[in-house]
Write a new protein. Structure first.
Length: 223
């Protein structure tokens, strides 16, 4: 029977080891390639969802900007008429009193972004500029949420209790004429004008950032 000598056995052993190493590396490369392919597909879906969320935000921002601009005009008119507020008709007074607590706030459609953060998939976004823009826009949303919260708290804690004590909602009439001369009541209109102006400016900035981000995402999807 033919027997392999020691050198032949050693050569065969080395060849087997080499084949195993090559096989493992090929398997690892294929697994990595397949994972990259899956990640690219997931990234594309996330980008499309992010774009859709941003387009929804832009439409909502257009709405609150329009509402805010109208509120600014109304508030400025009431401030101008404040010295002769008592001469206004009960209907005009009622309309004026409802201006400060009449608001429409912006809430971002950030479900996709939050899902990416919670799942750790935010790392799948390869475009550094897109990631940076998303984080910058998220900070803008947080600033907007803070000023909206502060305004709502001011209404709940100050203006609405003041109004409810001196205004009959059933008949839509002022029951305490002293309300019109109350300094806090009058100051709330100035506060409303200032905060609404700030919110509208922030809404415009958020809209501009959202549009820029949509352009970046669409360029990335087109590659």
């Amino acid at each position: 029977m033919f027997k392999l000598n020691r050198n032949d056995r050693r050569a065969n052993l080395l060849l087997e080891i080499l084949m195993i190493v090559v096989g493992i590396n090929v398997a690892l490369w294929f697994e990595s390639w397949f994972q990259d392919l899956q990640d690219a597909e997931i990234e594309e879906r996330y980008l499309a969802d992010l774009r859709d969320d941003l387009l929804t935000d832009i439409r909502n921002l257009d709405r609150v900007i329009k509402t805010g601009e109208a509120k600014l005009q109304q508030t400025a008119k009431i401030i101008e008429l404040m010295p002769t507020f008592t001469d206004l008709s009960p209907e005009q007074q009622a309309q004026a009193i409802y201006i400060p607590p009449n608001y429409q706030f912006f809430v971002p459609s950030d479900f996709t972004y939050r899902s990416m953060q919670e799942s750790g998939d935010f790392r799948l976004l390869r475009n550094a500029e897109i990631k940076k823009s998303i984080l910058k826009l998220d900070r803008r949303h947080k600033d907007i949420a803070m000023i909206q919260k502060n305004y709502l708290q001011a209404m709940d804690d100050g203006y609405i209790p003041l109004m409810m004590n001196s205004f009959d909602i059933a008949t839509m009439t002022i029951t305490d004429p002293a309300l019109i001369q109350d300094q806090l009541f009058r100051n709330f209109f100035v506060y409303t004008e200032q905060d609404t102006d700030t919110m509208v400016a922030m809404y415009r900035l958020a809209r501009s950032q959202s549009e820029e981000l949509v352009d970046l995402i669409e360029d990335e999807l087109a590659l």
